[in-house]
Design a protein around this ligand. Structure first.
Ligand SMILES: [Fe+2]
Length: 147
């Protein structure tokens, strides 16, 4: 049966995903700008990193994955895959942060780093979209079983 806890957890995660989408869009717009400089880029990326880490923690500890598995056990493997992706994305995030601390605006590596940051944001977006789809799938499974 769908509990109030499930509804609350899903609503919170859904609203965090919507906020994240706006933050990704803002970061992308900044990254694609003409006058991108490493110190400001590093600051913007750190801000995004904090938000992302909080969001992943929230999903892992706030019952999001547990609620999905409980509602639709057949989705547990996909839920596990997406939870594991958090570690992969966080490792990429640390790597990019390291790169930002050793790259200068004038480096030839800067263009490559910008590209990698762009790819990282795209990967985060895909990840969040899959999580939103997973949540919807669990929700419809629940409705389908009439519990
Ligand atoms: Fe998420």
């Amino acid at each position: 049966m769908t509990t109030k806890v499930t509804v609350d957890v899903f609503q919170e995660i859904n609203s965090e995903h919507q906020k994240l989408e706006r933050q990704y869009a803002a970061f992308d717009a900044f990254l694609g700008g003409e006058l991108v400089r490493v110190p400001v880029l590093r600051m913007r990326f750190s801000e995004l990193a904090v938000i992302l880490k909080c969001h992943f923690d929230h999903e892992e500890q706030g019952g999001y994955f547990e609620e999905i598995v409980e509602m639709a056990p057949r989705l547990s493997r996909l839920a596990q895959t997406l939870e594991t992706e958090h570690d992969e994305l966080l490792a990429r995030l640390e790597y990019l942060d390291d790169q930002l601390s050793t790259t200068a605006d004038v480096d030839e590596g800067f263009a490559r780093l910008r590209k990698e940051l762009e790819e990282f944001v795209a990967a985060c977006r895909t990840h969040e979209h899959r999580e939103t789809a997973l949540m919807q799938e669990a929700w419809f499974t629940e409705i389908g079983t009439g519990d």
